[in-house]
Design a protein around this ligand. Structure first.
Ligand code: IPM
Ligand code: MG
Length: 366
C-alpha cells in the first residue's frame, strides 16, 4: 500500500522557522524509513507573509491550504507587526485559515509526560498521569461574531464592540466531536460556559445537554468557565474531555498546557467537516523574545505532526512512534531551556531534533 499525502508547511514568525525545520527532518525520516510519500508545499503566513505580500496569508497559500490533505503551521505574530491594521495582522492569517477551511474543532491534548512531572508549576502528584483533551470551538463565538469594531461616540469617547454568537448547529457539531472522543477515552465530558451571565452560554448548555442524550454511555457535567479555570489548577486529573467555546477554550487550554510543564510541549489539531482539510500547530506562540537563538523547543511541533499522522493520514503506528521517541528523549534527560530542570542536560533546538531522530531510528529497528 503506498501511502501518499500532501502537506502544506507554514513556518510563520519568530521561532516558527526553527521548530518547523526539526519537524521537517522528522517528515524526511518518515519518508526514508516508513515509506510515507509526502508532497510538501511551503509558504509564508503571519508577519512573514505581511512583509512579503502585504497580507497575512496570500490567496495562493489559502488555495493550497484548501487543496492539501493537511497544513502544518509553526506560529504567527510578534511586536514588529503590533501597529498593522487588524485584518492584516499576523493573527489574521491564522484566523482566515481556520475560518476558510471551516476548522471548527480544535483538539488540544494536555498530557503530562512522566519525565516532566517535576517541571510543572503544580505539585507532582497533581499532574502525574494527567491526560485531558480540550475540544475548543474554533470558528465561532466572539472571535468572529458581528457586530464588531471600534466606534467614536458623539461625545468623542470611543466604544469597542465584539459579539459572542453561537447557533445551534455550531454547538451541536462541536458537542458531537467531544462526545465521540470521550467514547474512545474515559467517557466523561465537562462542558464549560458562562450560562450564569451569557445567553449564548445558556444556549450552549441546553444544546450540549440535548446532544448528550444520544450518548447514553458518556457522563456530561457542566462547569462555569471561571470555576473550570480554578478546578484546572486545583485538581486537574478530575477531567477527561473539556468542551468549550472559542474564547474560553483559548484561555483554559493555556492554563492546562502549563500544568504539563511547558507550552513548548503541546500540539493541537484543528479539524473540519469530514473529508475537508485539517491544520496542525503547536499551542505555543512565536516567542519573539527567543527567536533566532536556536533554543526553542521543537517538541510541540513534532507532536503536532504526530497528530496529523493520527487524525489526517491514518498512520497511528507512526504517530505512536513519534510520541514514544519524544518520551524516550525526555526520559534520557535532554531538555530545551523551557523545560530545563536541575541535573538535566540543556540542549538546543537542533540537538533536540537530532535526538528525536536517533530515538526514532532506535525504536524503528528494535
Ligand atoms: C491560539 C492563539 C490564537 C488564538 C491567536 C494567535 C490568534 O492564542 O491558537 O490559542 O487566540 O486562537
Ligand atoms: Mg491561545
Amino acid at each position: 500500500m503506498t501511502r501518499k499525502f500532501s502537506l502544506l508547511i507554514l513556518p510563520g514568525d519568530g521561532i516558527g522557522p526553527e521548530i518547523m525545520a526539526e519537524a521537517r527532518r522528522v517528515i524526511d525520516w518518515l519518508g526514508t524509513n516508513r515509506g510515507l510519500d509526502f508532497t510538501i508545499y511551503e509558504d509564508l503566513v503571519g508577519g512573514a507573509a505581511y512583509d512579503a505580500y502585504g497580507v497575512a496569508l496570500s490567496d495562493d497559500a489559502l488555495a493550497r491550504a484548501k487543496q492539501v490533505d493537511a497544513v502544518l503551521l509553526g506560529a504567527v505574530g510578534g511586536p514588529k507587526w503590533a501597529g498593522v491594521e487588524y485584518d492584516k495582522r499576523p493573527e489574521a492569517g491564522l484566523l482566515t485559515l481556520r475560518k476558510e477551511l471551516e476548522l471548527f474543532a480544535n483538539l488540544r491534548p494536555a498530557i503530562c509526560f512522566e519525565a516532566l512531572v517535576e517541571a510543572s508549576s503544580l505539585k507532582p502528584e497533581l499532574v502525574s498521569g494527567l491526560d485531558i483533551m480540550f475540544v475548543r470551538e474554533l470558528t465561532g463565538g466572539v472571535y468572529f461574531g458581528e457586530p464588531r469594531g471600534i466606534e467614536t461616540l458623539p461625545d468623542g469617547s470611543r466604544r469597542g464592540v465584539n459579539s459572542q454568537v453561537y447557533t445551534t448547529p455550531e454547538i451541536h457539531r462541536i458537542a458531537h466531536v467531544a462526545f465521540d472522543l470521550a467514547g474512545k477515552r474515559n467517557g466523561q465530558v465537562t462542558s464549560s460556559d458562562k450560562a450564569n451571565v451569557m445567553e449564548s452560554g445558556l444556549l450552549w448548555r441546553e444544546e450540549v445537554t440535548k446532544i448528550a442524550e444520544q450518548y447514553p454511555d458518556i457522563t456530561l457535567d457542566h462547569m462555569l468557565a471561571d470555576s473550570c479555570a480554578m478546578q484546572l489548577v486545583r485538581a486537574p486529573k478530575q477531567f477527561d474531555v473539556i468542551v468549550t467555546d472559542n474564547l474560553f477554550g483559548d484561555l483554559l487550554s493555556d492554563v492546562a498546557a502549563m500544568l504539563t510543564g511547558s507550552l513548548g510541549m503541546l500540539p493541537s489539531a484543528a479539524l473540519g467537516v469530514r473529508g475537508g482539510g485539517a491544520m496542525y500547530e503547536p499551542v505555543h506562540g512565536s516567542a519573539p523574545d527567543i527567536a533566532g537563538q536556536g533554543i526553542a523547543n521543537p517538541i510541540a511541533t513534532i507532536l503536532s505532526l504526530a497528530m496529523a499522522l493520527r487524525y489526517s493520514f491514518d498512520c497511528a503506528d507512526e504517530a505512536d512512534l513519534i510520541e514514544d521517541a519524544v518520551r524516550s528523549v525526555l526520559a534520557g534527560g535532554l531538555r530545551t531551556a523551557d523545560i530545563m530542570q536541575p541535573g538535566k542536560a540543556r540542549v538546543s533546538t537542533t540537538v533536540m531534533g537530532d535526538s528525536i531522530l536517533r530515538a526514532l531510528d532506535h525504536l524503528n529497528t528494535h
